[in-house]
Design a protein around this ligand. Structure first.
Ligand code: SF4
Length: 346
């Protein structure tokens, strides 16, 4: 990482859903940074708030969801002045989600690789038409130039016969090719940050490995940052440089991937890691599971959100107070009273 100032800085982000039955605090004070060229993995079970965090960053949270606090600071690279590139920091929470500036950032500077491949393309327009339109929306390219960029992009993501594929419809492609076309679409505007939301859930294991390898190669070639959202720690181990572990809308632990995998501090991270098969596991060996289940979002426990399932919970402390996210040496940060006594301020 050459650049020390983050590309994206999410500070104490809160995204709540205001329902008739009450308020669901889907994301309740999440903090992390993403640097240029870094792959950040956000991991957690379903309902932990990882996808809501991503939607908040892109400002595509649907009602009754809304951002209720915090900052999303995006480092915009502006035009060149006197030969040097001007940078400015924009707080995305302050922008109109449908306004011109946010639309230019979303798609132009931050792009999404969605979870559901069929939703990424319109079935009634060809891949080529959609790619060319996306390119021309964010780049000053004529039709012929945009067509050539589209062909190059399809080639870059490993789609054979890219010229012919321009006239294909998304439903004519295999799952693997469609996934590659989606990545081409996300790259069409040369984004500085790619957000990949469980991008390999809909494909088989072989295609998954190919897609992950492709994303890693593209990221290295383009020095783009990636936020990789997944529930799969195996994918995190392959992809991420830095990991954020979420549970019930809060960050439990974050740190460099090696620290998280070799020296996990938080009892939740430790339990998650125990529950994945290792190369030493024997076939049909029963893996440990995390006791209990994730509480209903309306009934979040008081204190540390993990305390009802935590085997090391300290009675009278963990069930009463919520730990803050604190540094515990190096770049590792942990929300747990086993390591510090700092309480979270709401
Ligand atoms: Fe367990 Fe307490 Fe740490 Fe929460 S704060 S993870 S309950 S030890």
């Amino acid at each position: 990482m050459e650049d020390l100032s983050p590309l994206l800085s999410v500070r104490n982000l809160k995204a709540y859903f205001h329902l008739d039955e009450g308020v669901v605090k889907a994301v309740d004070g999440v903090t992390f940074d993403v640097h240029a060229g870094q792959v950040l993995g956000i991991v957690g079970e379903s309902g932990c708030g990882k996808s809501v965090t991503m939607k908040a960053v892109l400002r595509i949270l649907e009602s009754p969801g809304r951002i209720d606090g915090g900052e999303i600071l995006w480092n915009r690279q502006g035009s060149k002045q006197n030969g040097s590139t001007v940078e400015e920091t924009v707080n995305l929470t302050q922008l109109n989600p449908h306004g011109r500036e946010m639309r230019a950032i979303r798609g132009g500077e931050i792009a999404l690789i969605p979870q559901e491949p069929m939703s990424a393309f319109s079935p009634v327009h060809t891949i080529g038409d959609q790619l060319i339109e996306a390119i021309r929306l964010h780049r000053p390219a004529g039709k012929r130039e945009a067509r050539q960029i589209a062909i190059d992009l399809l080639r870059d993501v490993g789609i054979p016969m890219p010229e012919q594929r321009l006239s294909a419809y998304s439903w004519q492609l295999s799952g693997g090719l469609r996934q590659r076309a989606i990545i081409a679409m996300a790259l069409s505007c040369n984004p500085r940050l790619l957000i990949a939301d469980e991008p390999t859930t809909a494909v088989d294991v072989t295609t998954q490995a190919q897609v992950l390898r492709l994303l890693r190669e593209l990221q290295a070639q383009r020095n783009a940052a990636i936020i990789f959202i997944t529930h799969d720690l195996g994918v995190i181990a392959q992809m991420a440089d830095y990991v954020v572990v979420m549970y019930l809308g809060l960050v439990m632990e974050q740190g460099p991937v090696d620290d998280i995998f070799h020296a996990p501090k938080h009892p939740y991270t430790q339990a998650l890691l125990r529950s994945i098969p290792s190369i030493n596991s024997t076939p049909r060996e029963e893996l440990p599971t995390i006791s209990g289940s994730i509480p209903h979002p309306f009934n979040k426990p008081r204190g540390c959100p993990f305390h009802p399932r935590c085997q090391q919970a300290i009675q009278g402390r963990c069930d009463q107070r919520t730990p803050a996210l604190q540094a515990v040496g190096g770049q590792q940060l942990v929300s747990c009273f086993l390591y510090h006594d700092v309480e979270r301020s709401s």
